[in-house]
Structure formats: structure tokens, C-alpha cells
Write a protein that binds this ligand. Structure first.
Ligand SMILES: C[S@@+](CC[C@H](N)C(=O)[O-])C[C@H]1O[C@@H](n2cnc3c(N)ncnc32)[C@H](O)[C@@H]1O
Length: 334
């Protein structure tokens, strides 16, 4: 059984900064067309007045697909999106897609304790969702709220899938940035010398020498970072940090001291949250045996489960994640 993800703050930070989704496989876009087809096919077929719940919804990428499918099919569904993080999709997203207005969001709701009556839900969707929760508690809870005849659809992280592989590589790069290159610490030290706080004299010879050494150290690290960012092996985050610090250093005379230190503090907080999310993704990765265990646990609570499937990226053929369908058959209870 999976244990709960402890990174709620990092997720809140991510969703509040306005992303529609995470873990997409398409380059330079937040739309993952393979997952989109999977979800559209899952949502089609619900009757009018169906109540749908998207679990661990984030900013509602999948709940949005449910609401859009309803419009396309001329159906009226009640779509809910719940997440443990303090999500505010209607306020956080820069461009709120019109159909998202039809979704009701539930921030601060853990899947281990849902605020819904027994059998209140006709359809449960979860994209990179269940595997972040404490499944020993969330599976019985989801089974409890799923109505007789209701359907469950899950897309789950695969331990040997593309998304997990790239999160692991990014985690390694973040580790190197923080623990080997110490680039932010070096930047802090360098800018503290360039912009000493009031009352610190920059005139003394011994201090001047020290300042020079600190600046040279930062420049050397920045050079190393830029070379790494230009290599084929670096992940996008390395390029991002290299670009931001190079720009800051080159234009340092244009900024106020306070802006520079705020910038560095924000960058550090951003990277630490990013690192936590990458770790959470790796932690949530499932082997085929894990997915079968999840299917069995749902079956123990009265759901009829299909064999796990593979979602592949149609452009590259990459393995994106596991798919898992289930339903609560008529004439059985948990
Ligand atoms: C990888 S994100 C997926 C978000 C969304 N489904 C998507 O595909 O864009 C995982 C989400 O699970 C949420 N989460 C983790 N543990 C949870 C729990 N026990 N109960 C509810 N939400 C949880 C996190 O806050 C995060 O928003």
C-alpha cells in the first residue's frame, strides 16, 4: 500500500502560480493530447445529472475535460474537483477556460476522508492522483462514495514511464545545483559583497581581497552552470536557473539591492518546491505489481476491475502511464 504524499505546500505553491496541469508529456505545452483522448473516452456515456468527481485535481485539468465533454455531448453533469492542496483554480489561472466555471472545486480535501455521502458519485477520475494518497485509506473511501453502476478511471504514474524518468533526471539535476554546485549560496555571497548592507565598509584592503575571491568563485560556478545548461544532458530547470542568474549578474547595476535579494530568495523557494514535487512524483511511481495490488484492493471493496493498461504517447510511442478502469456492478455492495 502507498503512503500519503507529504508535499501539500509545494503543490499549493505550484497550483497558485497558475499552471493548468502537471506531468504532461508534450513539449512546450500543458496539453497532453494522449491523456485528453483517454479522458474524453472515459467521460462519454455518463447520463444526464451524473455526479463526477476528479480526485487530486490540482487546477482541474481533467475536471475541465469532463466539463468540456459534457458541453460537446449536450449533457448536464455535476463536476467536482477535490485536492488536499489549497487550490483556487478560478483565481489562480491566468486564462480560465469557460467550461472550468462549471466545475465545483474542493480545496483542502484529502482522498482518505471525502465530504460525500455513500454512493453519491457516478464517476471518479484521477490523473496521477491515487498513487499520491494513502491507498489503504483512500481506496475504501472512494469505493464508499461510488454509486452502484458507477465507474472509476485512473491514469497512474509508471515506474518505468516517461514522466517518472524525466522527474528522476530533474531531481538529480536539482541535487547537483544545490549540493554540488551550491550556485544559490555562491550567488548570495557574491551579491552580499557587491551590495554590502549599511554600515559595512568596502574600503579595507583585506575585505577587498575577500570580496574579489567571492566574486571570482561565483563567476566560476556560473560559468560551470552555463556550460552544463548548454549540454545535451541538462534538464530544462538547469537552463532556467543559468539564464536567470546570468541575466541578473550581467544587469546587476540596474537593480536595487532589495530586488536582487528578493529575486534570489524567490528563486530558491521556487527550486525547493520544485524539488519536493519531483521527489513526490518519483515516490508515487508504480510497478505493474503495484497497480495489480491497487486493482485487488478496489475489488475487495466490491468493484469489478479491468486489467491495467498502458497509455502510450502517440507521437513518440513513449510509455506515459498505467490506465485502470473499474465499476461498481449492480447487485453488489462493499
Ligand atoms: C501530480 S498532481 C496531479 C494533479 C492533476 N490530477 C493533474 O493531472 O494535473 C498530484 C496532486 O495530488 C494531490 N494530493 C496528494 N495527496 C493527496 C491526498 N491524500 N488527498 C488529496 N489530494 C492529494 C496534490 O496536492 C497534487 O495536487
Amino acid at each position: 500500500m502507498r503512503t500519503a504524499d507529504k508535499t501539500t505546500d509545494a503543490w499549493t505553491h505550484y497550483w497558485r502560480s497558475g499552471h493548468l496541469a502537471t506531468c504532461f508529456t508534450g513539449k512546450g505545452t500543458e496539453h497532453d493530447f494522449d491523456a485528453r483522448d483517454f479522458w474524453t473516452a472515459f467521460f462519454k456515456g455518463f447520463e444526464d445529472n451524473a455526479v463526477l468527481l476528479d480526485i487530486c485535481t490540482g487546477n482541474g485539468a481533467v475536471a475541465l475535460l469532463a466539463a468540456e465533454t459534457a458541453l460537446a455531448e449536450g449533457r448536464k453533469w455535476f463536476v467536482h474537483g477535490a485536492d488536499a492542496a489549497d487550490i483556487r483554480p478560478h483565481a489562480s489561472l491566468r486564462n480560465v477556460p469557460p467550461a472550468l466555471r462549471n466545475v465545483r472545486f474542493w480545496p483542502g480535501v484529502e482522498m482518505e476522508k471525502l465530504p460525500f455521502e455513500d454512493g453519491a458519485i457516478d464517476g471518479i477520475s484521477g490523473q496521477y492522483a491515487l498513487e499520491y494518497t494513502d491507498t489503504a485509506r483512500s481506496i475504501p473511501e472512494l469505493a464508499r462514495v461510488l454509486r452502484v453502476g458507477g465507474r472509476l478511471g485512473l491514469l497512474l504514474h509508471a515506474a518505468d514511464g516517461r514522466i517518472v524518468e524525466s522527474s528522476r533526471a530533474t531531481s538529480q539535476d536539482l541535487k547537483r545545483l544545490f549540493e554540488e554546485l551550491h550556485i544559490l549560496r555562491a550567488a548570495q555571497a557574491a551579491f552580499s559583497r557587491l551590495y554590502p548592507s549599511a554600515g559595512v565598509s568596502a574600503e579595507r584592503e583585506d575585505l577587498k581581497k575577500k570580496h574579489k575571491a567571492v566574486l571570482e568563485d561565483f563567476e566560476a560556478r556560473l560559468g560551470e552552470l552555463s556550460a552544463w545548461a548548454a549540454s545535451d544532458t541538462a534538464s530544462e530547470i538547469v537552463e532556467f536557473v543559468a539564464q536567470r542568474l546570468t541575466e541578473l549578474y550581467a544587469n546587476r547595476d540596474r537593480y536595487h539591492r532589495e530586488d536582487i535579494f528578493n529575486f534570489l530568495a524567490n528563486l530558491e523557494s521556487e527550486l525547493r518546491h520544485y524539488r519536493e514535487r519531483m521527489k513526490a512524483i518519483s515516490h508515487a511511481a508504480l510497478t505493474e505489481t503495484d497497480v495489480k495490488g491497487i486493482a485487488e484492493a478496489f475489488a475487495d471493496h466490491g468493484l469489478l476491475m479491468e486489467q491495467p493498461g498502458h497509455l502510450r504517447n502517440s507521437t513518440g510511442g513513449d510509455f506515459v502511464g498505467w490506465t485502470l478502469y473499474g465499476r461498481r456492478p449492480h447487485g453488489e455492495t462493499s
